[in-house]
Ligand binder design. Sequence first.
Ligand code: PEP
Ligand code: MG
Length: 872
Amino acid sequence: MAESTTSAPAAGSSGTQVTSVVVLQAPLSGQLVPIEHVPDPVFAEKMVGEGLSIDPLSDRLLAPCDGEVVQVHAAGHAVTMKTVEGLEVLLHIGLDTVGLKGEGFDPKVSVGEQVTAGTELITFDLDHVATHAKSVLTQMVITNPERLASFTPRSGLVTAGEDAVAELELVADDGRDDADAAAGRQVTSEAVIVANPVGLHARPAAVLVNLAKRFEGRVYLQRGDTRVNAKSVVAIMGLEVGPGEKVHLIAQGPEAAEAVETLSAAVAEGLGEAGAAPVAAPASSTVRAEPAPEPSVQSDDPDLLLGVAASPGLGVGTVLQIRHEDISVEEEATDRHHERRRLDDAIDKAQVQLEALEARLLREADPSKAAIFAAHQELLDDPDLLDLAGSAIDKGKSAAFAWRSAYRTHAERLAGLQSEVLAGRANDVRDVGQRVLEVLTGVRQERPEFPAGTILIAEDLTPSDTATLDRDRIEGFCTTSGGASSHVAILARSLDIPAVAGIDPQALEVAEGERVILDGAKGTLRLNASEAEVDRIRRRKERIAKRRAVELEHALEPAITTDGHRTEVVANIAAVEDAREAKSAGAEGVGLLRTEFAFMGRTSAPSEDEQVEIYRGIAEAMPEGQPLVIRTLDVGGDKPLSYLPIAREDNPFLGERGIRVGLDRPEILRTQARAILRAADAGARMHVMFPMIATMQDWRSAKEVFEEERLRLGADRIPVGIMVEVPSVAVIAERFAAEVDFFSVGSNDLTQYVLAMDRGHPKLAPQVDGLHPACLRLIGQSVKAAHEHGRWLGVCGSIAGDPQAVPLLLGLGVDELSVSIPAIPSVKAQIRRLSLEECRDLAAQALEQESAASVRALVPQDEDERGLEDEA
Ligand code: PEP
Ligand code: MG
């Protein structure tokens, strides 16, 4: 039988007028457990609300009071009820039971049903839950604790449906939500599709919070039935909104309409994130987020430790182990006001440090790095985090102790999320947490002065550690935690420091001073490297650096083979800055302008005039008379646009993509056609090219739209070509060649469609090799068809810049190679060393091979490049 225990006034509600008293009955038979003892900080720290827990002896969850069922969780393990007084009661069976995906649970009620105390809500298999979940402890939580004046739980053994388990005093609903809603001051947005490639993770969440805070009143973000505070970064991240998912913005108060309008537009636009994509993308041939390769666990070679490739490049040097020391703090404090002030001051100081760091990175024109520290500032402002720390201070804890438990709880909560990306953000919370703790305690975790040639090894490095690494001294680093998508990996790539994440923990045992070789492209750390090995690699690195400098000196010269054949080497670009850079790198034109970047990071498509300005700007930045191939909008598949929603598709790469979008929404194609034609007199030799052409009908329809607009404008003809990236085009290339002005092979897509392997698939990607003889045959046959009709053919997919592919493409008769800007000088230099005659022989042999590997085995590789990668 339950006994009454202490009466616990609900936080912050003392002194308010009690309007009614509610007694909750036992939903299960069993032992009552204080909520603070539940081994899950989400419940124990009352993040969900005030409540209690039961260690169950029965397997029928009963309603603790009368009310309406307002939510039945899809996994069947939880139910929320609402009483007539407006009290919301969540009943949650077990811990981490959502992972059981409904197994063992049988909900007996549905949403909207009125139930009385004692009604059966869920029956469940107690044994199954006990053996498959973290715990069977079942929580009963008031999720709107602002309605509580007091909450008095009982203790002891209780019998379901018979014993009272808690007495609650309620205060009147301030009616703000309802009044706002009734007065039309609650506004809900239309569904907004989240455009961010990995959903609402820390940075976009921080941007949203920042915007939401500008509006008075409450603002919520809702996904499905779950609604969270849109002014809390952690709450938004916890919602785990994935890419392409629908959310609603809900605001209350006098500025509700404006808030919803601003915030939903910002979410649709990608919260500033999509706009950052062009900065990172042009160097690579694909715009997808880099997938995290599967880490290998152990190698057979005891001197080779395996991890995940986080930032490419080779580092050779001596090991320095970095260990984070725990800062010791006093637990108790006497003056909570003083402790509050100390915490506020420390947070303010940390904010100032972060602002300075962000400003420095912006000055260094590194917006993606700056954004990481802008997100850290938002984390410091997170109301949930501050509440958690504040309530611990109220309970007599010191500011340092309260802050440390608060940020650790948050970090653990993130680390436990399913999404790898969100879990990776736990490190950001620890980073800002540590920053404040250092200010509070005055203990600085000083980093030693790193000697030149250092390879750092650590369990984890924080973004702050990484951003301040000295590239001249640090050869590379590896961490036992983290992945390729962590902020630390992003920073390492932008600093051009080789890095390996998720390395075998044995790395932590490696003696300081030991010579090692770190390969950031392969994700390995070689131990016990001899001095001779290290020296050899160092010398080769130096030779490569020198050679690259020489190549750059000759970059402006043409690429002519030893037997006098010239191949044009042009650039793949995305924006006007790239056009300028391409010019100094020796580009002889632009073989691919990916116009989609002009359409990203916005709430609507750029107008015709805006596009004219962009295309003109690019043409004017190029040397007079060079070719400029503008590809029409290539979105869909891996490149979503929020204002051009494409219905969710099971196979987006086989769905509405590329020209299919333009033909479905011809106004977009027409506007772009007019803009291209209006920029055609800006100096460059303008070409237009359609992406993802699969059928003659696609080509003819697109060409017709373009011609109609040309005639309407009375503009001169310009060459009109197509991408060869769908195998059907290569197979009947002679039919297309009779009508198009030129071809450009998109080998990235061509390869994925020929081999039926997703080009970004984490496991298959290594096999998606454009040197597969099936792809080479299709390219060869397209070249032949083009030349028979007097057309030219270029290659703009990533194989155009692959040193092993270059001789083969020349041998197949390709007229132009369009490559990323950094590759231009070396591709030109390589062509100057080749003989066309030999390339033709090599290509003929390649076409007879049976695999990409055997093709690669045929092609001599540059000695330095090969030696470097393989020896590491
Ligand atoms: C390609 O598919 O090879 C190509 C150049 O186009 P994108 O990478 O932009 O799809
Ligand atoms: Mg493509």
